[in-house]
Design a protein around this ligand. Structure first.
Ligand code: ADP
Length: 240
């Protein structure tokens, strides 16, 4: 969306003071939903999201897959998660985000290790501030690992985009609303396989390459935060 809002200041910084290739702070904590098999909470900038995972026999029985698990991710934005009025219940955006997150998780879960099972991933956005789909996927993949589900790798999400003609990492809400392009991406870091890639807006080939290289540079840092979250829970339990 074109606009008259200046997103990059004269000193080359963004409205929230970040450099063009600077992420917002990220914190992840596991084991936040006691009843769930696995769970994780993420704060990514002002986004606050919980993911809870249940692994159970798929129901009804005729929906079971005899040689592999079914994955169902459900993304839901709380009515209080955004300032603007949000209509309650599922809409097209919610369905689309649930679908892309499900597909990304399917590509890393070793489905054939869990025949007849259903891996239910409930994602609740408590506060939304741009980039919720990739923050949801990043925390959902930690919750799936926390549930002990066999995975090839943790999925790491990130966004980049274009604001005031410049490529920027990890779009803020203003950049998402008034910038020229938004590119969410998620990969499996070990193999660098891309499991989610969307583009909203217009960019040139060079700009797209710059966006993906910014994201590729950020991914090891996010991956480390995920691993630390899983490890710290393990350490606490060990000491108990
Ligand atoms: P993402 O959250 O993955 O960036 P979008 O680009 O669709 O997905 O949304 C950008 C941001 O716009 C969201 O993070 C949220 O802050 C806000 N938003 C999305 N949908 C709504 C809605 N229905 N009502 C109010 N704000 C919304």
């Amino acid at each position: 969306m074109e606009s008259n809002i200046k997103l990059i200041t004269d000193d080359g910084l963004r409205l929230d003071g970040r450099a063009l290739n600077e992420m917002r702070p990220i914190k992840i904590q596991t084991g936040v939903v006691e009843k769930a098999d696995g769970s994780a909470y993420i704060e990514w900038g002002a986004n606050k999201i919980i993911a809870a995972v249940y692994v159970r026999e798929a129901y009804p029985k005729h929906a079971q897959n005899i040689d592999r698990a079914i994955v169902k991710a459900r993304y839901n934005m709380s009515g209080y998660s955004v300032e603007e009025r949000k209509r309650p219940g599922p809409d097209r955006r919610t369905m689309e985000i649930s679908k892309v997150i499900t597909e990304a998780l399917e590509s890393t879960i070793v489905l054939e290790k869990l025949p007849r099972a259903e891996v239910d991933v409930f994602i609740q956005v408590l506060e939304a501030d741009a980039g919720t789909r990739i923050a949801s996927l990043t925390t959902a993949s930690v919750a799936v690992a926390d549930a002990g589900v066999p995975m090839r790798d943790l999925v790491v999400g990130c966004t980049a985009g274009k604001a005031d003609g410049k490529m920027v990492l990890d779009l803020s809400k203003d950049e998402d609303n008034f910038g020229e392009a938004d590119i969410p991406m998620a990969i499996l870091p070990r193999t660098k396989k891309i499991v989610l890639l969307q583009l909203d807006g217009k960019v040139s080939q060079e700009e797209f390459d710059e966006a993906t290289s910014m994201m590729m540079n950020a991914i090891p840092r996010i991956s480390e935060i995920q691993r630390n979250a899983l490890m710290s829970k393990y350490n606490v339990e060990e000491g108990e």
